[in-house]
Design a protein around this ligand. Structure first.
Ligand SMILES: *Cc1c(COP(=O)(O)O)cnc(C)c1O
Length: 380
């Protein structure tokens, strides 16, 4: 195996415990968001680790992701955070998955499927308070919940909203939170109290509870009792809020030097000769490229750590290979480990650094890492 992803499960437990310690004093539980193969970290292994912490619930994007977890023996509650179509309700009920709803026909289909299986379907109602994505508009939410509550084989276990800019726009986040609280209090007035109420993603967890709950002395007035932790689970911070919770990055992306050659100055390198050597250069070939999800936008700007030394990637990124200037790396040899994300000796390349160079966010760097690459788990 020449190129692989290493995931430190100890870091995942550490991060989830840090988040729990932060929110539990305020009566909030943690839902670990493990959609998209746990942000590329491997859903089943992350789910097992989260079950041991334990967290209260897992969040995924699709029915297929939820079923993968059930088939691996994960028995924590699982919430599908996205919409489904009525044709998918049978699988949802059969596998005891909790579904996000904002459409009556899906609720009715869930109830009918549950009736056939002698079960009760579980749902969380999604309220749109300003994200403009899925969700019932905040003004229509109380009426919608009232209608859903009358459907027989269905239980409303949760209600939630999602912040659009919790990492940078506190005023708008507070406005969204006010709208959500308003919908909850209107439900209270008609005698409907939903057990799980959640709003915060990672950015808002960093703001929790000061921005979203009033004073700590009025704990019972906090209407929120769960948070949804995505990127912080994996040890990265949302860009913006102060890094008040200590986290450890869990993922490393590693490969090995498979070939070395010395070329003179003035030699064009890789497709399109986007790099020309300016000195006699020792070039290492690394067996990784955009076909493994290491972005082509990192051509000429990415770096690898080899023998504890940073070495620049040169020339265009190929599909399965890239080239690295190792002229200055003492003793570089074929077979050496090269780290593209993660630590080696005293050097570290973070997912955030790679994201910045590629003009994106750590989320996309993680999700892009190909399923082709084996995941090696350590520290479990
Ligand atoms: C992905 C997602 C999250 C997690 O967001 P992070 O910023 O990674 O913490 C939370 N809630 C919903 C609805 C999501 O889709």
């Amino acid at each position: 195996m020449l190129t692989w992803v290493e995931v430190d499960l100890g870091a995942i437990s550490y991060n989830l415990n840090q988040i729990k310690n932060r929110v539990e004093p305020y009566g909030a539980k943690v839902l670990a968001v493990i959609k998209d193969n746990a942000y590329g970290h491997g859903a089943v292994d992350i789910a097992r680790t989260a079950s041991k912490v334990p967290v209260h619930m897992l969040g995924v994007a699709t029915v297929e992701e939820a079923i993968e977890l059930r088939q691996a023996g994960i028995d924590l509650p699982i919430l599908i955070l996205c919409c489904i179509l009525p044709e998918q309700v049978g699988e949802v009920v059969k596998h005891d998955i909790t579904q996000t709803v904002c459409d009556l026909s899906v609720c009715e289909a869930l109830s009918n499927a549950a009736a056939r299986m002698n079960k009760q379907a579980k749902v969380h109602v999604k309220v749109d308070t300003g994200m403009g994505r899925i969700g019932i508009q905040q003004d229509e939410a109380p009426g919608f919940v009232e209608s859903v509550s009358q459907i027989t084989h269905l239980t409303i276990e949760g209600i939630f909203t999602h912040f659009a800019s919790a990492e940078r726009d506190i005023a708008f986040t507070e406005l969204q939170f006010e709208r959500f609280k308003h919908a909850l209090s209107r439900l209270g007035e008609i005698g409907i109290r939903i057990p799980l109420r959640h709003a915060a993603n990672s950015s808002a967890i960093l703001g929790f509870p000061a921005s979203y709950s009033g004073s700590a002395s009025s704990l019972s007035s906090i209407p929120i009792n769960m948070v949804r932790s995505g990127i912080m689970t994996y040890g990265c911070y949302p860009v913006g809020p102060p890094k008040e919770i200590d986290l450890k990055p869990a993922l490393s992306l590693k490969t090995r030097v498979v070939y070395l050659k010395k070329v003179p100055a003035g030699r064009g390198i890789s497709y399109g000769h986007k790099y020309t050597t300016d000195k006699p250069t020792i070039i290492a070939s690394l067996p990784i490229g955009y076909g493994y999800g290491y972005s082509r936008r990192l051509s000429n700007i990415g770096e690898a750590i080899i023998r504890g030394t940073r070495a620049p990637l040169i020339g265009a990124m190929c599909m399965d290979q890239c080239l690295c200037d190792v002229t200055h790396v003492p003793g570089v040899s074929i077979g050496d480990e090269a780290v593209l994300i993660g630590k080696q000796e005293n050097e570290e390349i973070t997912a955030d650094e790679v994201a910045k160079k590629a003009g994106t966010i750590s989320y996309e760097i993680f999700c892009s890492i190909s399923a082709r690459l084996p995941r090696i788990y350590i520290g479990g």
